[in-house]
Design a protein around this ligand. Structure first.
Ligand SMILES: *Cc1c(COP(=O)(O)O)cnc(C)c1O
Length: 487
């Protein structure tokens, strides 16, 4: 439930569990949910979550997907595409956030955090809707998402505001996305407020998200080898905050046969520059047609650097401290060579992205979203677009109609779940760009919901009391229950 550790570092597992090829082989016939349970139970022991409870959480999360396979692996062109967008919001973040919502609910019900959590996040589009979808209706959880008024696309806004569950609060801020992020930072910096409302985060550094995402790397390997072929798959991953590809790195470290892990970036190419030159140097953000990868630094990259520094936390801390003050981190020699053996990389600009979308539509009648096209282009740039390679497809093209229209004359009809958003009821609040206004709003809403919940609980307890009284009276009094006289 805590994103950052006290020293502002990130959480990593004490040990990376090792699985043998025989163990992986024994998962072959399993459903996605059962396989995921086996995999995650390597990290989560019975004293934390008993395996059958874990299975329930995972199975429920997978049930939110439209495909029985959850993340289907299909052949397109001369390689594989792993479709990660069959969840409620049509983007890959659902894979992790559906599960995270289940984990939160599980621990809150057990009384952790006093049974309550108020998740606060800022969004420019994608993450907000996936978080809302993963947390809607979850007991003990309130979810407050701030977004800039009039500055997110209509589809993305409606994906958030049409969720009418009482625990979801969409707040339009009269300002920019940066203002929203600043408000979130200010809220987290206010210890008194943080403790009062039990503030929590679901951002991409949350370890549970990285954990959940490891499943589909194993899933892909198993499906590629179902026919008995021997492959060491390459994975090309459209990358922003380095969460998705980091899951692949852990899968490889666990023992999964993996060839190359390819970091695919758009014009925001700090990672591509690092893996080619050793220079991890911050630059201003470029706005692109693959907005979910528009980052200037990658928040999960620090986890990889930790392992690259041979798990030396002090060494990493000094590197990160220097990076914070100068915006530059440079590695050379053996360390850089090691990094280059762990990851390949490629950069795909707008022109190449549009060309790739058009080529796949023309040649294979397959529509790629602009993010997925970046990953596919990387496979071609590195000359590994073969049946040993998987391009991860991170969003459905209907979420990015404007970009797709730049590449192809006609768009396929959007799925009904997206087109019907236009006529659905919405709910949202507007708030000034002011931390006190946001905090007051949150306190008020959470207090209202809490007292309502307490009232309901009291009524339920009273109800249970009456039933118990009747049952006891029936037992001792011997009067009829359900028609039969009891002796
Ligand atoms: C978030 C996102 C990405 C980037 O994933 P990271 O884990 O941040 O690297 C890529 N594509 C889409 C559609 C996304 O929503």
């Amino acid at each position: 439930m805590t994103g950052l550790a006290h020293d502002r570092g990130l959480f990593v597992p004490d040990v990376i569990p090792q699985v043998s090829l025989d163990t992986i082989e024994s998962w072959r016939g399993m459903t996605y949910a059962d396989m995921s349970t086996e995999l995650l139970s390597q990290y989560i022991k019975d004293d934390e979550i008993p395996k059958e409870d874990l299975r329930k959480i995972i199975t429920k999360a997978c049930g939110a997907f439209r495909e029985a396979d959850v993340t289907p692996l299909i052949k397109v062109g001369d390689h594989y595409v792993l479709e990660l967008f069959h969840g409620p919001t049509f983007a890959f973040k659902d894979v992790a956030l559906q599960m995270l919502g289940g984990f939160f609910e599980y621990f809150l019900k057990k009384g952790h955090n006093n049974g309550r959590l108020a998740v606060l996040g800022a969004t420019s589009g994608d993450t907000g809707s996936a978080a809302i979808s993963g947390l809607r209706g979850k007991e003990g959880v309130d979810c407050v998402i701030l977004y800039p008024k009039g500055r997110v696309s209509e589809i993305q806004e409606r994906q958030m505001t049409t969720i009418l569950d009482e625990n979801i609060h969409c707040v339009q801020i009269e300002g920019t996305f940066d203002d929203c992020q600043d408000l979130v930072k200010l809220a987290f910096g206010d210890k008194e407020f943080r403790d009062e409302v039990k503030l929590g985060a679901v951002n991409s550094i949350n370890w549970a998200r990285v954990l959940a995402q490891q499943t589909y790397y194993f899933w892909s390997y198993l499906r590629m080898t179902d026919d008995g072929s021997k492959v060491k798959p390459n994975f090309s991953v459209p990358t922003g905050n380095f969460g998705d590809i980091l899951a692949g790195y852990y899968a490889k470290r666990m023992g999964l046969p993996v060839g190359e892990l390819v970091v695919a970036t758009n014009e925001n190419d700090i990672l591509h520059r690092f893996f080619t030159t050793g220079k991890y140097h911050r630059r201003p953000i470029n706005k692109t047609i693959s907005p979910s990868m528009d980052i200037c630094v990658s928040s999960n990259f620090e986890r990889y650097l930790f392992h690259l520094m041979d798990d030396d936390a002090d060494k990493l801390a000094s590197l990160m401290k220097a990076f914070e003050s100068t915006g530059q981190l440079t590695l050379e020699g053996k360390t850089l060579t090691k990094a280059q053996s762990d990851f390949g990389s490629a950069k795909c600009d707008t022109t190449k992205t549009l060309e790739t979308i058009k080529k796949y539509k023309d040649d294979s009648d397959y529509m790629l979203c602009p993010h997925s096209a970046v990953g596919v282009s990387a496979l071609h740039q590195l000359n590994i677009a073969t049946y040993s390679s998987v391009a991860l497809a991170t969003a459905h093209e209907a979420k990015f109609p404007a970009a797709c229209k730049m590449a192809v004359p006609e768009l396929p009809t959007p799925p009904v779940q997206l087109s019907r958003l236009k006529t659905m009821k919405t709910r949202s609040q507007t708030c000034r760009n002011d931390i006190e206004a946001v905090q007051n709003f949150m306190k008020k809403r959470i207090h209202e919901r809490k007292s309502k919940g307490d009232k309901r609980k009291n009524m339920m307890m009273a109800g249970a009391g009456i039933v118990a009284f009747i049952a006891i009276a029936a037992y001792f009094g011997g009067f009829t229950l359900g028609g039969k006289k009891k002796k």
